[in-house]
Design a protein around this ligand. Structure first.
Ligand SMILES: Nc1ncnc2c1ncn2[C@@H]1O[C@H](COP(=O)(O)OP(=O)(O)OP(=O)(O)O)[C@@H](O)[C@H]1O
Length: 336
């Protein structure tokens, strides 16, 4: 749906040259939610703005649907931009216009007939849950409600792609979750392709299918969210995973000091659950175990979990347990 091929962007301000992104290749599939995560200055905004050519790449091509946007004339580009909605961190609403007028704005630009425009605005107000707020001005709305207006406005012309520029970064955690669940609902209901940028792993874990990690203007890692989360390879991805609250808990060194036997880490993803398997595996040996730490959570719709256990038994017992867990498709690793 979105394909970036060798996209680079260099800013030149006076004598200062900044290579904001370099050689970016990525493919966002139709209907998926694709997240780009990176620290401040990594190049996220530049990358997102290259997708609808708010920033024109210095080199490379940007293909949305079947069209290479970098080859279009100004007028053709304007037409194609209607197929790409965008929402912003600070909402960018017209403060002197009501909710209805803000949502209607792109419809007016597209010269939509009056009756059709009214019906579409009503429909969008319902879709984003703003019933009863249509005649209010942005200053009378909460941050979450303002972003709902932003989403309705972005969807007005029925785009195929929605770009989200740090859409929840100005919101509190609870409001963030309500906006994320709205985006997920819209993605599922309308089959809309969503590409978002964020510096929060929580956003990625909650709604994204795949993620790209960007650092110093380059993509350093890309894959299914669950794989990147469970097996981060780059240092930046490891940092983001470590910051993500559910991955924390007691440090390994303090667990190490609590153990009486071997420290074993077991991970699973998908519908399997490790407890009965672990219990059976241990029962076959003379060992015993106690759980030191456990998390079971969901990554979008996929359950995953991690258990750290203290296994007391011979080296041979521990090896046998690990082998048995591997046979059952679980990841098991002796940490200490
Ligand atoms: N219009 C511009 N002119 C010159 N340099 C720019 C411009 N926009 C961004 N940059 C530079 O490009 C680099 C990448 O910036 P970008 O805004 O894309 O990063 P980011 O990951 O979105 O950061 P943040 O999360 O802080 O917004 C930075 O070094 C920044 O200073």
């Amino acid at each position: 749906m979105i394909e970036l091929k060798s996209v680079s962007k260099t800013y030149r301000v006076g004598s200062i040259t900044t290579e904001a992104i370099r050689g970016i290749d990525l493919h966002v599939r139709k209907g998926e939610i694709f997240g780009v995560i990176g620290h401040s200055g990594a190049g996220k905004s530049t990358l997102l703005r290259c997708v609808n050519l708010l920033e024109r790449p210095t080199t490379g091509s940007v293909i949305v649907g079947d069209t290479d946007l970098t080859r279009l004339s100004g007028r053709q580009l304007q037409q194609h931009r209607r197929r790409i909605g965008i929402i912003f961190q600070h909402f960018n609403l017209l403060s002197t216009a009501t909710v209805r007028d803000n949502i209607a704005f792109p419809l007016k630009l597209a010269k939509t007939p009056r009756a059709e425009m009214k019906a579409r605005v009503d429909e969008l107000i319902g879709l984003v849950g703003l019933e009863g707020h249509g005649d209010k001005y942005p200053s009378q709305l909460s941050g979450g409600q303002k972003q709902r207006v932003g989403i309705a406005r972005a969807l007005a012309n029925r785009p195929e792609v929605l770009l989200c520029d740090e859409a929840t970064s100005a919101l509190d955690p609870q409001t963030t979750d309500s906006i994320l669940s709205l985006l997920l609902g819209i993605n599922e209901k309308l089959g809309l392709t969503i590409m978002l940028i964020t510096h929060e792993m929580h956003v990625i874990r909650t709604i994204c299918d795949r993620v790209a990690v960007i650092d110093g203007g380059e993509i350093v890692e890309m894959g299914d969210v669950i794989d990147v989360f469970l097996h981060p390879r780059s240092n930046v991805a490891k940092e983001f995973v470590a910051q993500s609250s559910e991955a924390s808990g007691e440090s390994l060194s303090s667990l190490d000091s609590m153990r009486k036997g071997k420290l074993l880490r077991i991970r699973f993803k998908g519908e399997s659950t490790f407890e009965p398997v672990l219990f059976e595996a241990v029962k076959e040996t003379g060992a015993s175990f106690s759980i030191l730490q456990g998390t079971v959570s969901r990554m979008k719709h996929i359950p995953y979990g991690q258990l750290i256990v203290d296994v007391r038994g011979s080296g041979e017992d521990v090896e046998r347990i690990v082998r048995r867990l591997h046979e059952e498709g679980l990841e098991a690793e002796v940490l200490a």
